[in-house]
Design a binder for this molecule. Sequence first.
Ligand SMILES: NC(=O)c1ccc[n+]([C@@H]2O[C@H](COP(=O)([O-])OP(=O)(O)OC[C@H]3O[C@@H](n4cnc5c(N)ncnc54)[C@H](OP(=O)(O)O)[C@@H]3O)[C@@H](O)[C@H]2O)c1
Length: 365
Amino acid sequence: MATHPAVATTAVHAPLEILHVATIAPGQGEVRVRVEWTASTPLDLHQADGGLLVHHPQVLGDGIAGTVVEVGSGVKNLKLGDKVFGFGWRERKEKAYQEFSTLPEFLLGKLPTGFTLQQAVTLPNNFVTACHTITADLGLPFPWPKPVDYVPPRANDRILIWGGASSVGQYAIQILSYYGYCNIWTTASTRHHETMRSLGAMECFDYRSPSVTSDILESCAPQRTGEPSIPLILDCIGSLKGTVEPITKIAQSGAKVAVLLPIIVKDSSDESMPEYAMDVSTAAPWAKGVDAVGVRTHFYLNNEFFREQLQSSIMPAMLAEGIIKPNPQRIVEGTTLLERAQRAMDTLRRKEVSGERLVWRVADV
Ligand SMILES: NC(=O)c1ccc[n+]([C@@H]2O[C@H](COP(=O)([O-])OP(=O)(O)OC[C@H]3O[C@@H](n4cnc5c(N)ncnc54)[C@H](OP(=O)(O)O)[C@@H]3O)[C@@H](O)[C@H]2O)c1
């Protein structure tokens, strides 16, 4: 049986390890991809350090960029040698931190001309997250292709993206801006404010300022009686103290708040374990009438249209047309696969990521 190396978490808050796992031939509608690049995400840290939704030993990673090396029967849009990028997470054979990933073609898009795999690999998981949250959790429409002269029903409603410099935040701002929402507010470190405006944010606030919540509320023009000052809020970070509690001070009756799960009650550190909560409604004292929900992107395939089109066609088209700019990349170097994976994990744990994705080579050149 052919095998290949994969990076796995084998115990909670333990160093990563290399497993040699079976190389799976593609079945009906699937392809096998040689994974050349991946991008680490906070979920990898939640899984490695906190054991979140993990069955040990578990191969990690879900952002894939590489080359199609084997094609199963019934595959329609991909062929040998295609450069692809996508989001695979459902079972071991689809995961990203391994030399070969075997997954259905609907989880992959073709790399558009003019882009590198390192740029493209910043998209899949959080582009999908942004699209899923905007539609399933904030309840906004997502017409594709976008009709000429399209104006969305709530074009002028304030939408607060808390944590705009995060990967999810950058994609959410760009997608909302593309669809014509013109009152997007965000919080980010001041050094990212210019970038936030270039992506489509109208107002930027420094989340590190002790007066950030009153600054936001004072900037809101009076609303019609009974309407919340900010009707739609997306918490792209999900930190209990850092984001959820401040947002409870802003969210008024009638507001919809979507929080990216898990809620981080305590961050992981080199010395201690993280703590998480999953129930947004009870995690913090929401004002009466606030509809606060937790985002779970892994349910996005329930949307049949997204299942068929989001990664295979919309994601590459939005990248190719310049609707979405990839997150900036920081390449994580290392002489071995394990060294690169562990360095990226340590960088996440030390919270040394700001406005960028940690991107690293999987299969050796
Ligand atoms: N449930 C789901 O379906 C789902 C899907 C995707 C992601 N997530 C979760 O969403 C979170 C974000 O993921 P990501 O990949 O987008 O993260 P990321 O890019 O790694 O986030 C880093 C950014 O977070 C910002 N940040 C940190 N603390 C902040 C605060 N208190 N207020 C505002 N911004 C803050 C920093 O902004 P500055 O640079 O401005 O300091 C930094 O740029 C993670 O916990 C992840 O697990 C959940």
